[in-house]
Design a protein around this ligand. Structure first.
Ligand code: DAT
Ligand code: MG
Length: 144
């Protein structure tokens, strides 16, 4: 049943997380927190999808490297639902830089710097309800 004032967020298990076999662990944490999965999809994203997804970062110094990494293998895309799930999943994910991310968070527990800066940080989570709506429409057009 859909909760009152429920919202949705887009979660991605990035290529490092899929390659390292961490999809189950990420989904376990999302489910253990109490959020509901609405849709899941495993795909290798193309540059066009990533340019739209990372529109705010196009032109930055790390952009080409980020797109190369994100298109290097399968990504698990998940739509999760619950009251304040956007904020709640960002809290579960932890800080962007996995070296600095707090223990107990997904990035703090499961990610590290492999010499490429913070990009291999296992997960993406939408940063606001507006971003979530925009990103869900990109990755799951059938839900829009
Ligand atoms: P977040 O994923 O925590 O929302 P973001 O939106 O600022 O962080 O950046 C998107 C991704 O880009 C991030 O998960 C990892 C990568 N990234 C961010 N800043 C970076 C930097 N200075 N150098 C290399 N990669 C970076
Ligand atoms: Mg972001």
């Amino acid at each position: 049943m859909t909760e009152p004032t429920s919202e949705r967020t887009l979660i991605l298990v990035k290529p490092d997380g899929v390659q390292r076999g961490l999809c189950g662990e990420v989904l376990r944490r999302v489910e253990a927190k109490g959020y509901t999965m609405v849709a899941v999809r495993l795909l290798i994203p193309n540059r066009d999808l990533l340019a739209q997804h990372y529109a705010e970062h196009v032109g930055k110094g790390f952009y080409e490297s980020l797109v190369g990494f994100m298109s290097s293998g399968p990504v698990l895309a998940v739509v999760a639902e619950g009251v304040r799930v956007v904020e709640g999943f960002r809290s579960l994910a932890g800080a962007t830089d996995p070296t600095a991310a707090a223990p107990g968070t997904i990035r703090g527990d499961l990610a590290r710097d492999w010499g490429n800066g913070p990009q291999e940080n296992v997960v993406h989570g939408s940063d606001s309800p507006a971003s979530a709506a925009r990103e869900i429409a990109l990755w799951f057009p059938e839900l829009a």
